[in-house]
Design a protein around this ligand. Structure first.
Ligand code: GDP
Length: 430
């Protein structure tokens, strides 16, 4: 049986929700492997709207196992709220269909406080974090002072972990003129929430190994996008975890050989939220039009996303770093009605043509896009379900994208509706 990893191949908001939902219906196990409660998927199933930001998409479907892997950072209070909200909508959640890796690090109130305090220090350029403590929780994981799910089971261990953590945090907080952490209150909070988290705790690596032996299909559900990867993204304007497909293995405890197909989700144009370099960005009427037609506004903040033409250089790069087997090309319909379309095929860096995004942030910022122009189409592609429904120019555009990114299209999405998808290659096929 095939196991599939889904990753965003741009800066996030590529339309992963629809594709993950489509695939999760056909998977037995759905696993998250990085990030925190910032994923922000909205699923609409039989007219009911479900909002998920931490739990894997499979949770709303009966008969599936949802797994939170060790690569995630977990806010236990958020977990409790998200479970309660879904249960109130009639979703069944129990240790039978939700498991959390015992080695998952926790996000604590101190992490959110630190996140927000840093973003408010106006002397440093903002990274644009969500303020949910995700970055500081990853710092503590690497600093070997995190409190992990398994630590909640024993009071003595928990106290030792808290002491180690607070030694670091209180030092930092003193420097930032924040009050020291109330140790007793933190321990009491953790003891109170412990049973909720421990109920779902499991050796996830072992469960996944058994599922694989039993021939079950696993869907590894990525959040965000590969250009936000801590190593391969537009550092420092990135997230604090690895986002690329390799993280599916380390973030759940399966070997790299467990992954049969990497599906990269790619939007037919480019968007980015917040700060950071964006070579193909448009600040003209075309950019405005992409934003409006594509509804490119943040779901929580309502903030306008930055928009630009399709950047084949970036996507070729993320397809390489994630080993993408095939892409799901989304929002093609947003390009309907443009007289001509541009594709970024290279960069001009100080007079030299380059074919990849350079690593240094100042070089990235100086990259000027080199465009290729293609004719647009006036017909509607919205809702197309077969190649025959697409105008010739739209097919040419898709084919040119495949050529430039050196990766085939496996799925083509032409509207927010699940059924409005053209299937070229089934990622789950053996
Ligand atoms: P994610 O951050 O990658 O999970 O992106 P979302 O799943 O939130 O998708 C962003 C928006 O794009 C959602 O409102 C989707 O309904 C919408 N969407 C997804 N695919 C398509 C598509 O093919 N065409 C159009 N017009 N909208 C789409």
């Amino acid at each position: 049986m095939a196991n599939v990893v889904v990753v965003g191949a741009q800066w996030g908001d590529e339309g992963k929700g629809k594709i993950v939902d489509w695939l999760s219906e056909r998977a037995d196990v759905i696993a998250r492997f990085q990030g925190g409660h910032n994923a922000g998927h909205t699923l609409v199933i039989d007219g009911e709207v479900y909002k998920l930001s931490l739990l894997p998409s499979g949770i709303v479907r009966g008969g599936k196992l949802s797994v939170i892997g060790n690569g995630v950072v977990l806010d236990p209070w958020h977990l409790k709220d998200e479970i309660a909200k879904l249960q109130a909508q009639g979703v069944e959640i129990s240790p039978d269909n939700l498991m959390i890796a015992e080695n998952t690090p926790l996000i604590l109130p101190v992490h959110g406080e630190l996140d927000r305090a840093r973003e408010n220090q106006n002397s440093v350029a903002k990274i644009g974090t969500t303020g949910r403590g995700i970055g500081p929780a990853y710092e503590d994981k690497v600093g070997r002072r995190a409190i992990r799910v398994a630590d909640l089971a024993d009071r003595e261990t928990l106290e030792k972990r808290v002491d180690r953590l607070l030694q670091h945090h209180d030092t930092l907080r003193r420097g930032m003129a924040l009050p020291e952490v109330d140790r007793a209150a933190l321990i009491a909070q953790l003891e109170e929430i412990a049973p909720t988290v421990l109920a779902y705790a499991a050796p996830v690596w072992k469960v996944l190994s058994e599922k694989r032996k039993a021939g079950k299909r696993i869907l590894f559900e990525g959040a965000q996008g590969a250009l936000l990867d801590i190593d391969f993204g537009t550092y420092p304007f990135v997230t604090s975890s690895n986002v690329i497909a390799g993280q599916a293995a380390t973030g759940t405890g399966v070997g790299p050989g467990a992954i049969d197909f990497v599906l990269g989700i790619v939007k037919a144009y480019t968007t980015r939220v917040g700060e950071g370099p964006f070579p193909a960005e448009l600040d003209d009427a075309d950019g405005q039009r992409l934003g409006e037609r594509g509804h490119e506004f943040g779901t929580v903040t309502g903030r306008k996303r930055r928009c630009g033409w399709f950047d084949a250089v970036l996507v070729r790069q993320t397809c390489a770093t994630s080993g993408v087997s095939g892409i799901a090309f989304t929002k093609l319909d947003v390009l309907d009605g443009f007289e001509e379309l541009k594709i970024c095929v290279g960069y001009d860096l100080d007079g030299t043509r380059i074919d990849h995004l350079p690593t240094a942030a100042d070089h990235q910022a100086r990259c000027k896009p080199i465009y290729e122009t293609m004719p647009g189409w006036s017909e509607s592609t919205e809702g197309a379900r077969s190649w025959a429904d697409l105008p010739a120019e739209a097919i040419k555009y898709v084919r040119r994208v495949e050529e430039l990114i050196e990766c085939p299209v496996a799925l083509l999405s032409t509207s927010p509706e699940r059924e409005d998808t053209i299937l070229v290659t089934d990622p789950f096929a053996d």
